[in-house]
Write a protein that binds this ligand. Structure first.
Ligand code: R5P
Length: 286
């Protein structure tokens, strides 16, 4: 991979130097230009491109990049730290699209030989795997977030709790426990969100510091429910951390009311990014 040609999208400019141009025509169509395209012929290429925010536009841009490289017969790895649609890997309703499969298949069919991502929601483990037609390398930032928490708690002891069973793989092998979350069914007329019905777990946190660690904070509802439980159980200081910080609907303000600190990685650009994926990107040959 070290000899691969690196193509960097403008939406990675906080971490790497872009060399692809992505813009928009007046009607909103995406316009992509890869000045080094001819050099990529038959070569190994790694494309660094974020797929969030504006995931639909970002996905189309990626497909345009991949198809151009396919025509050049390049062998392409994509590094996209956050995979959108990853929470839609199962069907709950008749006729519902399992979008995670569709998105992965589209990326594979457009010519991606390997997709490198971080803490992909439906995988729950690190390493190489195949999902649909896509070959995925999943890297975890869980250890890095826990190391950062040590600097906040001043090297004193702290419990690690996951607010959801999906966070099991992040917390269990570090002696932590995950809560269990049950969502309601879709409400009539509102099929795009399933509210949380219950969220609870068995833990002993009275008088203890706690790191509440999840793969992502989206609406923040999961964190807030978990924070309430920890406060009821008498936790001392609580820090919230997530790999992917989407922080929708001003949920940061609400989370701050119940917690002592909030931090995330920079898989997505966000105001709470305290731990960087940059070294792991450099290890890929960035
Ligand atoms: C569970 O499915 C995930 O691990 C997260 O707990 C969830 O996606 C967070 O979403 P929100 O912030 O909207 O509760």
């Amino acid at each position: 991979m070290s000899k691969a040609i690196k193509l960097v999208s403008p939406n990675f400019s906080d971490l790497l130097t872009p060399n692809i141009e992505i813009g928009k025509f007046p009607d909103g169509d995406s316009h992509v230009r890869i000045p080094q395209l001819a050099e990529c012929r038959g070569k190994e290429v790694i494309v660094f491109h974020r797929l969030y925010p504006k995931q639909n536009t970002a996905l189309v841009a990626l497909l345009l990049i991949l198809d151009s490289l396919k025509q050049e017969k390049a062998k392409v790895t994509v590094a996209a730290p956050y995979l959108p649609y990853a929470r839609q890997d199962k069907k709950k309703l008749d006729g519902e699209v399992a979008s995670a499969h569709t998105v992965c298949n589209l990326i594979a069919r457009a010519g991606c030989k390997k997709f490198v991502t971080f803490d992909c929601h439906f995988l729950n483990q690190e390493g190489l795997t195949t999902f649909g037609e896509l070959s995925i390398e999943n890297i975890s930032m869980g250890h890095d977030l826990i190391e950062y928490a040590k600097t906040i708690f001043g090297d004193g002891p702290f419990e690690i709790i996951g607010p959801d069973a999906g966070a099991n793989y992040l917390v269990e092998k570090r002696g932590g426990k995950a809560m269990k979350k049950v969502r309601k069914e879709y409400e009539d007329g509102r099929i795009d969100y399933r509210h949380i019905e219950t969220l609870d777990g068995e833990f002993e946190v009275k008088g203890k510091n706690v790191l509440l660690l999840d793969d992502m904070i989206s609406t923040g509802n999961t964190m807030i429910r978990a924070l309430e439980k920890l406060a009821e159980a008498g936790a001392k200081r609580i820090c919230c951390a997530a790999i992917h910080g989407l922080f929708l609907y001003n949920c940061l303000d609400k989370i701050r009311k119940f917690s002592d600190c909030i931090f995330a990685t920079d898989t997505i650009e966000n105001s709470q990014a305290a731990v960087s994926i940059k070294d792991k990107l450099l290890a890929l040959g960035a």
